[in-house]
Design a protein around this ligand. Structure first.
Ligand code: S3P
Length: 442
């Protein structure tokens, strides 16, 4: 059945991209800014908040549970928190839209509060596995009833006091880690997460910044032990959200593959747990230089100057996967334009993102004439060596913002236009994506 409300959009061979842009705030940090501010006692102020649908879903949920959250005309957000333990029972189901981060982190938050909360979401989110958070949160005492397969809609009946837990993550997931730490905030004693493979550490940095008693210790086997002491009191903060490297990624790759391009992307967050793509593209021969490296809101940030480059295929080290887990769709587009073969492995987690990003990227890239082979846990791509792709296909975006944006960029280096069946999902993480692209094409 065709979706009558879908908004198709075509992207065609581009003039060189020139000029400068600033990309919107980091999605992960924006979610956490709202959640932690809503649990602090007093008023927090946040600038640079990403105003995409996913983050707005978190804002609406925190409001529904008692926080006062306002956006001022100058773009600053002011949040009055309810205090740890003070979340109120929402009157209606929390609508998480497309946002896995909102869902999993909030499930953690409510698991140790004496409230019952129902979570619902769109078709993409309702297909995603929640068992990974249901298991540890149930061990902490929450009573969770989910739809078949551990999916949404689901209901969490929180337990206070919850039972502290020491939990070894069975998969590399910052969302699961964060859900447990957030549940630990209102749990007596020490809650511990053991992380065999490091994932984005925004929760650890921000919880400490808000005054929680949190410590990270490295085990002799390289595992990270993250311990939080519960029944914490969080102090309100003033937060400046750095630009999202996962959004910058689309323009980094666009400038590398569109001949003649030379752009500067301001204020890009380069936390080492997020910056894998820049490293990999540099290994492929990408001309990316870091300018004006500095610290913003406790996070490393720089401006990136990116120039068109002749990329070469490489075997991507699976150890970098967690530091660029959201960037593989756009890396695949870069690989499709590189000279030679790019091999990616260890990408099992991509199959449970907003879509199965291995299968969906393989199908879409083949449809526009790229040479791609799918394996269990990655793609093998033989690039064009810089020649344009044939293009001329309509791509199913599967309600996945990063799929839509990746094929939009692929359209810029295709002979015939690439059409995305529905561009709307882009607004979940990057509402001004098309406007920024148009600005660089002037
Ligand atoms: C996120 C963690 C990652 C990432 C998502 C945001 C976060 O998910 O894909 O976009 O903010 O913690 P996983 O934890 O499932 O890898």
């Amino acid at each position: 059945m065709t979706d009558q409300t879908a908004t198709p959009r075509s992207f065609s061979a581009s003039v060189p991209l020139k000029g400068g842009i600033a990309i919107p705030g980091d999605k992960s940090i924006s979610h956490r800014s709202l959640m932690l501010s809503a649990l602090a006692v007093g008023e927090s102020r946040v600038t640079g908040l990403l105003e995409g649908h996913d983050v707005l879903a978190t804002a609406a949920a925190m409001r529904a549970m008692g926080a006062t959250i306002e956006r001022r005309d100058d773009g600053e957000w002011r949040i009055h928190g309810v205090g740890v333990g003070g979340l109120l029972q929402p009157r209606e189901a929390l609508d998480m839209g497309n946002s896995g981060t909102s869902t999993r982190l909030l499930m953690g938050l409510v698991a140790s509060h004496p409230i019952t909360t129902t979570f619902v979401g769109d078709a993409s989110l309702s297909g995603r596995p929640m068992g990974r958070v249901i298991d540890p949160l149930s061990q902490m005492g929450a009573d969770i009833s989910a739809s078949p397969g551990g999916r949404l809609p689901l209901m969490v009946r929180g337990l206070t006091p919850a039972i502290p837990l020491s939990y070894r993550l069975p998969m590399a997931s910052a969302q699961v880690k964060s859900a447990i730490l957030l549940a630990g905030l209102n749990t007596p004693g020490i809650t511990e997460v053991i992380e065999p493979v490091p994932t984005r550490d925004h929760s650890e940095r921000m919880l400490k910044g808000f005054g929680a008693d949190l410590a990270v210790e490295l085990g002799s086997d390289g595992t990270r032990h993250i311990r939080i002491r519960g029944e914490a009191e969080l102090k309100p903060q003033t937060i400046v959200v750095p630009g999202d490297p996962s959004s910058a990624a689309f323009f980094i790759v666009a400038a590398l593959i569109v001949p003649g391009s030379d752009i500067t992307i301001a204020n890009v967050g380069l936390n080492p747990t997020r910056a894998g793509l820049v490293e990999v593209l540099q290994q492929m021969g990408g001309d990316i230089s870091l300018v004006n490296a500095r610290t913003v809101g406790g996070e490393p940030v720089a401006d990136l100057r990116v120039r068109h480059s002749a990329l070469k295929g490489i075997a991507v080290d699976p150890a970098v996967v967690p530091s660029m887990v959201d960037e593989f769709p756009i890396l695949f587009v870069a690989a499709a334009l590189a000279e030679g073969r790019t091999v990616t492995t260890g990408l099992d987690e991509l199959r449970v993102k907003e879509s199965d990003r291995i299968a969906v990227m393989a199908a879409g890239l083949k449809a526009i004439g790229a040479r791609v082979e799918e394996s269990d846990d990655g793609l093998i791509i033989d690039g064009t060596g810089g020649d344009p792709l044939p293009g001329g296909a309509t791509i199913a975006g599967h309600l996945d913002h990063r799929i839509c944006m990746s094929f939009a960029i692929a359209g810029l280096v295709s002979k015939a236009p690439v059409t995305i069946d529905d561009i709307a999902p882009v607004a979940t993480s990057f509402p001004n994506f098309e406007a920024l692209l148009a600005g660089l094409q002037q």
